[in-house]
Design a protein around this ligand. Structure first.
Ligand SMILES: NC(=O)c1ccc[n+]([C@@H]2O[C@H](COP(=O)([O-])OP(=O)(O)OC[C@H]3O[C@@H](n4cnc5c(N)ncnc54)[C@H](O)[C@@H]3O)[C@@H](O)[C@H]2O)c1
Length: 256
């Protein structure tokens, strides 16, 4: 694998499983120092071990932070620690997320606040914590994780979709605000991806049923989405900002 991220520091939130783990492993394999964050300390330790075992981060270039991403002081502590240890932040992937399929009547204030807290507050304040360093460097890459549902809607999970829609707005606003500083900001809006979150919601049978609705006939593996994120984080994507890329197997062609 090429060493596109050699010498760079990449923060990936929600890196204890699924796509976040795949993003972190991909960036480490391409030479980055992987800064991994998750609320799930056990999953995070597994990701750390996997990165060390792959040797992509030469056994030392991984740093793990276990905390709830909606806790702003913890985000600021992580950013300060990363800067003290490594001196820079090149890439931020705002990936941490929760997904619960429920109808409007089942979404109470606490559930709504949690959804917005993890996705919107977490993404916003992670960006806020790293932007000063990126500005000083004159370069940065932020990739926010939205969802195909934010583009197409869905018959439930409106709190999730509201949060993912806000992430699209954040992406466009930051893209314009930060472009003069050499910082690009893009979003991905994945379609169905095999992960713990969807298996908890739908079960394997449910996912297999959904796969039949996708033109390419399947859902993605996390590593396929990591390839899209790695592209957006790379120098190859230097002229792309404020965009939303939806790796979804062709689903939005028929589902929009
Ligand atoms: N799987 C899909 O089909 C799909 C589709 C579109 C978008 N997404 C989005 O992709 C992202 C990754 O999800 P995934 O499918 O890999 O699921 P996943 O459950 O495997 O990963 C989500 C990770 O976020 C972590 N997390 C949850 N709450 C957190 C918090 N408060 N603080 C820090 N970390 C927290 C979880 O512990 C987990 O490791 C999410 O933002 C999700 O909404 C997923």
């Amino acid at each position: 694998m090429s060493q596109s991220f050699a010498g760079q520091v990449a923060i990936v939130t929600g890196a204890g499983s699924g796509m976040g783990r795949a993003h972190a492993m991909r960036m480490a394999a391409e030479g980055a120092i992987a800064v991994i964050q998750d609320i799930d300390a056990h999953g995070l330790a597994e990701t750390e071990e996997l990165i060390r075992a792959e040797g992509g981060a030469e056994g030392g270039n991984v740093a793990a932070y276990a905390f709830d991403i909606s806790d702003v002081p913890s985000i600021d502590r992580m950013a300060a620690d990363v800067l003290a240890r490594f001196g820079r932040v090149d890439i931020l992937v705002n990936n941490a997320g929760i997904g619960v399929d429920r109808v409007i009547e089942d979404i109470d204030q606490a559930a709504f606040d949690k959804m917005i807290g993890v996705h919107v507050k977490g993404s916003f304040f992670c960006g806020r914590a790293v932007v000063p360093a990126m500005k000083r460097q004159g370069r940065g890459r932020i990739v926010n994780v939205s969802s195909r549902w934010a583009q197409a809607g869905h018959h439930m999970a409106s709190d999730y979709i509201a949060a993912k829609g806000a992430i699209l707005g954040l992406t466009k606003a930051w893209a314009k605000e930060l472009a003069p500083f050499g910082i690009t900001v893009n979003a991905i809006a994945p379609g169905g991806v095999w992960s713990r979150m969807v298996l908890e919601n739908l079960g394997e049978e449910g996912v297999r049923r959904e796969e039949r609705e996708v033109p390419l006939g399947r859902w993605a593996q996390p590593e396929e989405i990591a390839a899209t994120v790695a592209f957006l984080a790379s120098d190859e994507a230097a002229f792309i900002t404020g965009q939303v890329i939806s790796p979804n197997g062709g689903k939005t062609i028929v589902g929009f």
